[in-house]
Design a protein around this ligand. Structure first.
Ligand code: DQA
Length: 139
């Protein structure tokens, strides 16, 4: 089973950026923990700050992988192009957020992507990613 994790803009700064919201672990550290936990899955990780590169990755894996866990960061709230990419591929995509976006500023309450995704998981810290993987495993 192949699952791709995709992180969008500013998520390369996890562990450094706004620690009171996003925690103090880097994604690389957390990703190593996920890989150690799910040894029977091929888990891969990609991060980009560039909208088009996120779309390219969705196209690349979206016809052959079993699941995609996507935290599109702020593009969640703005990107018609990423929404179209999710709608255009075959692999199910789960939208995740580290923070509970509904407890935050109003502009974070709307997702452009959610309607094209299998579901959304938000507010569980980095554990949001594990919860998404659990869903993809069960199918
Ligand atoms: C985020 C929430 C977004 O609103 C924000 O722009 C991010 C991170 C989260 O994981 O909580 O960059 O997606």
């Amino acid at each position: 089973m192949n699952i791709q994790i995709i992180n969008g803009p500013n998520l390369n700064l996890l562990g450094v950026r706004e620690k009171s919201i996003y925690g103090d672990s880097s994604f690389e550290t957390y990703f190593a923990e996920l890989q150690a936990r799910y040894t029977n899955i091929i888990l891969t990780y990609y991060q980009s700050n560039v909208e088009g590169e996120i779309i390219n990755k969705l196209h690349e894996v979206g016809f052959s992988y079993d699941g995609i866990v996507l935290n599109a960061g702020a593009y969640t709230h703005t990107s018609v192009a990423i929404a179209d990419a999710i709608a255009g591929i075959k692999t199910p995509v789960i939208e995740v957020h580290i923070s509970n976006v509904y407890k935050r500023e109003e502009f974070r309450h709307h997702s452009m992507l959610a309607a094209s995704c299998k579901g959304i998981i938000a507010g569980f810290g980095l554990d949001s990613y594990r919860l998404a993987i659990e869903n993809l495993i069960v199918k």
